[in-house]
Design a protein around this ligand. Structure first.
Ligand code: ZN
Length: 354
């Protein structure tokens, strides 16, 4: 059932035993009934087509809701015509002991709330905008809905009314909190695969965010960022190295790190450094391998479909990185792909493991 729009699960309109319109009356309350049987929309329809009685809605034990008389018309439900003209009446399927199922009670309560909201009747409350059939005549109706389940129906209707009117927030799914050191970053997902590695790298100062609350886990790692990251990881002394590049002036934040990396063979000295270019995964692996001493790999790794894409100049480094557990855990190497900041963090975290 669509409670917001009062569209029931099933519509099976009576052709008789109700009154068209409301004789100028407005809806003032909800009449609550039980079927005195574990019935359905269909059994109510059969009964009321053959008997001078009707109600607008039937709520079944499964929670399914059927409509038999439109809200704008008058049902013959309360044995009091004026009261009928001022009410919308709901029948509930019941069990042998006069109680209704949990599903039936919940749907009935939700429906009462939806009607109270739609017609401006206020928060559901017995005696104010919801009445038992027995309020109007001598009858056992509505069974335990005005007995052992009286309070349960009212409080469930109030709960749904609060939810539907925004007075109560719908229950939120609890989110995993970010590790404390990452709490300043709005763009990190505490459940993401990279979170442990990023936590380590931020805590140890290997990688920093951009300020303004961004870490940029999926951003491309630039070559300048890669070199700075490794310099941070190496706890490098950046004071004694001055090794100019054509395209690296002494001004930028990464200047000393680039000089250090060049002097220490982390990057191969060339005319240009290309600081703002995205670093490929192979380039980052090569820098890490160079910094680690350039140890010879035992052999070529097997089982990687994209091993053939590794450039010649990076093969030794990539083989070392696989042996060392720095890359390759996901079954592919992606050597020519741009390295993201999260991937770089993962490589460093892997390298940190002894
Ligand atoms: Zn009744």
């Amino acid at each position: 059932m669509d409670y917001e729009n009062l569209e029931p699960d099933v519509i099976k309109l009576l052709t008789k035993h109700f009154t068209s319109g409301r004789k100028g009356r407005k809806v003032e309350f909800v009449g609550v009934h039980y079927m005195a049987s574990n019935g359905t929309t269909e059994t109510c329809y059969s009964t009321w087509q053959t008997r001078e009685a009707s109600a607008h809605y039937a709520v079944e034990s499964s929670g399914r809701v059927g409509q038999l008389v439109y809200d704008r018309d008058t049902g013959w439900a309360l044995g009091d015509f004026d009261a009928n003209c001022k009410s919308i009446n709901i029948e509930h399927a019941n069990l042998a002991d006069g109680t209704v199922t949990k599903a039936c009670l919940d749907s009935g309560a939700h429906l009462i709330a939806a009607i109270c909201k739609e017609y401006g009747l206020g928060r559901p409350q017995w005696g104010k905008n919801m009445f038992p059939h027995k309020h109007f005549m001598a009858t056992s109706c509505p069974g335990q809905l005005y007995g052992s389940q009286k309070d349960a129906l009212e409080s469930a209707a109030q709960h749904w009314y609060d939810v539907m009117t925004g007075a109560a927030a719908a229950p939120e799914t609890p989110e995993t909190p970010l590790p404390a050191v990452l709490s300043g970053f709005a763009d990190l997902d505490a459940d993401a695969w990279y979170i442990g590695a990023v936590e380590l790298c931020v805590r140890e100062g290997y990688l920093k965010g951009y300020g303004s609350g961004r870490f940029g886990p999926d951003d491309a790692l630039t070559r300048a960022q890669a070199v700075a990251m490794i310099a941070n990881y190496a706890r490098a002394d950046l004071t004694d190295y001055l090794e100019p590049y054509e395209d690296v002036s002494p001004n930028p934040w990464y200047y000393e790190a680039v000089c250090w990396a060049s002097d220490n063979g982390v990057i191969v000295k060339a005319d240009k450094f290309r600081p703002d270019d995205a670093a490929t995964r192979a380039e980052v692996v090569a820098m890490l391998h160079n910094w680690s001493g350039g140890k010879q790999a035992k052999g070529e790794p097997t089982g990687y479909a994209d091993w053939g894409e590794v450039p010649d100049w990076a093969r030794q480094s990539m083989a070392w990185a696989v042996e060392r557990g720095v890359v390759g855990g996901a079954g592919e190497l992606m050597p020519t792909k741009g390295c993201t900041r999260a991937e770089a963090a993962a490589m460093l975290a892997n390298l940190s493991k002894e």
